[in-house]
Design a protein around this ligand. Structure first.
Ligand code: NI
Length: 236
């Protein structure tokens, strides 16, 4: 019998964790291990295993898992506990339709409040995307670029939902960007969008954002269709 490698072995814990930092350290550590694929989709995370690993009680573990569940990285399933969520939950088209609604609204509310520093930051992410070849980084920079444009929307709950959607996409892109044959994420879209945002043309900005996200769903749907017809590779 060969033993399946335990994904938790990939996690390094540096020394004892001060009690008041336990929840955030556990949350951040698990979050990055889920995002970079060290803990794959479908892995069940047992509270006691995590408490042993981090050398803490189960309470901060439970709180950290709850945060990750709220970020749509984990699903809590009866009798199984916390399980790492699939890469795209449900239907990709429906997911993107919702994202378009939420992100358009966030953009509409954010544009009047953005300042020169926000424009500079967004421009810097576009420049970094231009030279970045690491797929993990490309996904991260894309998320940061978008969040910068929405960041001044005054409704924090709306922003949290927007960020959940971007996190889900980032995770998906990390694993699939290369196979999708998209060397660069639509950089022209990003530049056009930033230009419209800078002159505070709200209607045009929203139109460009919709176009950008619709293109995303087309590429992803085509990719998912082709990968299920090509002998169901990597399914489940
Ligand atoms: Ni983008």
């Amino acid at each position: 019998m060969t033993q399946k490698p335990n994904p938790l072995n990939s996690i390094k814990v540096n020394g004892p964790i001060p009690a008041h930092l336990a929840r955030s350290v556990i949350e951040e550590t698990l979050r990055s291990a889920i995002l970079d694929g060290r803990i794959p989709c479908g892995t069940a995370l047992r509270q006691q295993d995590l408490a042993d690993l981090f050398g803490v009680s189960r309470m901060p573990v439970r709180e950290a898992l709850r945060q990750l569940e709220a970020q749509a990285l984990l699903n809590v399933i009866a009798h199984k506990g916390a399980v790492v969520a699939p890469l795209v939950q449900g239907d990709a088209t429906e997911t993107y339709e919702l994202r378009i609604l939420l992100e358009s609204e966030a953009l509409r509310r954010s544009i009047p409040l953005l300042d020169a520093a926000d424009f500079d930051l967004a421009a810097r992410y576009i420049e970094e995307l231009e030279t970045e070849h690491n797929y993990n980084e490309i996904g991260r920079l894309n998320r940061l670029f978008h969040m910068t444009l929405y960041s001044k929307a005054p409704n924090r709950r709306l922003l949290r939902l927007v960020e959940d959607g971007l996190n889900e996409e980032e995770r998906f892109l990390r694993f699939n960007l290369e196979a999708m044959g998209l060397g660069k994420l639509s950089q022209e879209d990003h530049r056009d969008l930033l230009r419209a945002v800078e002159v505070r043309d709200i209607e045009r900005s929203i139109k460009l954002l919709e176009h950008h996200l619709n293109r995303g769903v087309e590429v992803i749907t085509r990719y998912l269709d082709s990968s299920t017809t090509q002998g169901k590779k990597a399914s489940k």
